[in-house]
Design a protein around this ligand. Structure first.
Ligand SMILES: Cc1cc2nc3c(=O)[nH]c(=O)nc-3n(C[C@H](O)[C@H](O)[C@H](O)COP(=O)(O)OP(=O)(O)OC[C@H]3O[C@@H](n4cnc5c(N)ncnc54)[C@H](O)[C@@H]3O)c2cc1C
Length: 467
């Protein structure tokens, strides 16, 4: 029987990063994965394929609308959806093979099959051939991730009523796409299909898009998406979807109840969130406690209530983000190797990869108000940034929230081109306990969009130069 220091169940960004870090630290490590390829939701049906389609569809839209202005005549771009999907699949393939390569390079053993915790120190792996193998280990890290959240009474068939997984593989552009849920996934995939030609209607239960993100940023972002042609029905709920006819008929009611309206669509994307995936792991039998929302309950060191069993990533509390899962993977591996692994949950960036992008880190203005924290705001619009102006990409702004007494940066929110890359600077500053003054006095290359971050930091002290 194989003996390990650590067995990780799940090879998503949480699991594979944990296994690699553990192997780097000298632990004899194995990973168990139930799918055919490594990389989990993120690489197979999440971050990577969605970003491939966002990238390709953004260029498609630019070719149709922006190239002419720059003197590039390409005519009306023609969509070859099958080729675009092949482009996406090739990107996914390269990434999942990359994980397999890293496992080999770091001497991480891999087992394909469903992993089950037979007891603390024992993992059973059931392969596709039905055969079961038992592995022994000092520690187990569960990184089983999450699954699509479903709406009661609405059956996801992944053809006409799809989850994000089906929305990444549609065989043709729907004439009309109904998106249920105005969270990150709904807005990203809604953007992809709108750019490729769909009429997109987004129905959201709350009275705002992107719940949890800074509301000023979201209001501006919604206006931008509306200008692009996306239609929003906020404070509304989809009660049922009738798929008996050639078109779907969704019954939509005001969230506070009222007259029901019917929205017809060719495809409906259910994007109301994700739920922790804990099926088939033998958790109940092993006595592993879940919290009130069905997530594996862990302490500050990712330990469950059962000695030797740990959990990380989407299956535990916290934002369901790949980089959060990765950082937890590193932290738990370091804890198991006797080091002081740690994740700073106050500085986890959050990005929406639409055009323009939305990115944030730290507290929103709404959160600061609610907590009664005194803060100063510095804002700088991209209309006043030279590079954004010359690129004709001037929508959006940078907003920095700094403590009124200490000037320490508490939150940074950006809606604008390349916001996802720019937020890294804010995260580094915050990780170092930096003040707005620190960002303001840091030399930023000209002409770059990042100068807007510097100007917003200057604006905290009411001394922006270009405004
Ligand atoms: C469409 C979409 C787009 C997204 N875009 C982004 C983005 O841009 N940025 C971002 O940060 N996040 C994004 N996410 C979220 C991100 O994918 C998740 O937060 C991340 O994958 C979580 O990592 P994880 O390792 O916890 O779990 P997962 O990636 O879900 O991996 C879990 C793995 O465990 C395996 N597993 C489960 N049970 C067993 C078992 N019993 N035995 C063996 N294997 C098992 C699963 O097969 C899976 O491979 C997106 C998600 C979706 C759906």
């Amino acid at each position: 029987m194989a003996q390990y220091d650590l067995i990780v169940i799940g090879s998503g960004p949480g699991g594979y990063v944990c296994a690699i870090r553990a192997a780097q630290l000298g632990l004899k490590t194995a990973v168990v994965e139930k799918d055919k390829t490594f990389g989990g939701t993120c690489l197979n049906v999440g971050c990577i394929p969605s970003k491939a389609l966002l990238h390709a569809s953004e260029l498609f839209e630019e070719a149709g609308h922006a190239f002419g202005k720059m003197g590039i005549g390409v005519g009306k771009p023609k969509l070859d959806l099958a080729a675009m999907m092949a482009f996406k699949d090739e990107g996914v393939d390269g990434n999942v093979k990359g994980v397999a390569f890293l496992f080999k390079k770091n001497k991480v053993d891999t087992y394909l099959g469903v992993g089950r915790v037979a007891a603390a120190g024992k993992v059973e792996v059931k392969g596709a051939d039905g055969k079961t193998l038992t592995l022994e280990t000092k520690n187990i890290v569960i990184a089983s991730g999450s699954d699509v959240a479903r709406l009661r009474g609405i059956d996801i068939d992944e053809k006409r009523i799809v989850s994000s997984t089906g929305a990444l593989t549609l065989a043709k552009v729907p004439q009309k796409l109904l998106v249920v849920g105005a969270g990150v996934i709904g807005l990203e995939l809604g953007s992809v299909w709108r750019r490729l030609g769909s009429e997109v209607v987004v129905v959201e239960f709350l009275d705002r898009i992107l719940p949890g993100m800074d509301s000023e940023v979201c209001r501006q972002f919604q206006r931008i998406l509306e200008k692009q042609g996306m239609i929003f029905k906020l404070a509304s709920k989809v009660m049922a979807i009738d798929k008996s006819g050639s078109r779907l008929k969704a019954s939509v009611e005001p969230a506070a109840s009222g007259a029901v309206e019917t929205i017809e669509a060719d495809v409906a994307l259910v994007a109301i969130g994700r739920v922790p995936f804990t099926e088939g792991l033998g958790l109940r039998e092993a006595g592993v406690a879940l919290d009130e929302r069905g997530r594996i309950a862990v302490d500050a060191h990712y330990a469950t209530n059962v000695r030797g069993i740990y959990a990380i990533g989407d299956v535990i509390a916290g934002p369901m983000l790949a980089h959060k899962a990765e950082d937890e993977g590193v932290a738990v591996a370091e804890v198991l190797a006797g080091q002081a692994g740690h994740v700073n949950y106050d500085v986890i960036p959050n990005v929406v990869y639409t055009y323009p992008e939305v990115a944030s880190v730290g507290k929103s203005e709404d959160e600061l108000k609610q907590a009664g924290v005194a803060y100063n705001v510095g804002k700088f619009p991209f209309t006043a940034n030279g590079r954004a102006k010359v690129n004709m990409q001037t929508e959006g702004f940078v907003k920095i929230l700094a403590d009124a007494k200490t000037d320490r940066v508490l939150g940074v929110h950006i809606v604008g081109p390349d916001a996802g890359n720019m937020i890294a600077e804010a995260a580094v500053a915050m990780e170092f306990g930096g003040a707005a003054e620190d960002i303001a006095r840091t030399c930023h290359a000209h002409p770059t969009l990042t100068e807007a971050v510097k100007e917003a930091a200057l604006a905290v002290g009411k001394r922006a130069i270009h405004m």
